[in-house]
Design a protein around this ligand. Structure first.
Ligand code: 5GP
Length: 115
């Protein structure tokens, strides 16, 4: 793990502005700064120990399940309950922040756009 906190940790701590729209004991959610859909929220574990969803699934599946539950609640509150959940995994797949996060996309989605 790098010694610098990730951008998401800095937002969680209040060191960088961010719009926290949901929070549980272990998970928080922010609106994406570059929204790709009418609803585009990032669901993020408070711990930054997992770089991507494969590490998270192996290390703490219940935390992954909690993220899915938070995503469900966001889609329910902000749209009609239907949503796309995207985990970019690896640089070549478009991952830019190596602190696992789920993109929750909802509303009128472009059929082919995965993010
Ligand atoms: P990734 O490309 O790693 O799957 O997703 C990272 C996401 O974080 C991108 O969609 C990007 O727009 C978002 N992001 C990066 N920096 C910030 C920031 O400072 N604030 C917010 N709210 N989102 C950010």
């Amino acid at each position: 793990m790098s010694s610098e906190p990730t951008i998401f940790t800095r937002i969680l701590r209040g060191d960088v502005p961010g719009d926290i729209v949901a929070e549980t004991e272990r998970v928080f959610a922010i609106t994406d700064i570059h929204p790709q859909a009418p609803v585009h929220v990032l669901v993020i574990p408070k711990t930054e120990q997992y770089r991507d969803v494969t590490e998270l699934a192996a290390g703490d599946p219940s935390l992954l399940a909690e993220m899915v539950e938070v995503a469900r609640g966001i889609a329910q509150e902000r749209s009609n309950g239907e949503f796309r959940l995207v985990f970019n995994t690896g640089e070549g797949a478009g991952q830019t922040v190596f602190h696992v996060h789920a993109h929750v996309l909802a509303g009128e989605l472009e059929e082919k756009s995965l993010i």
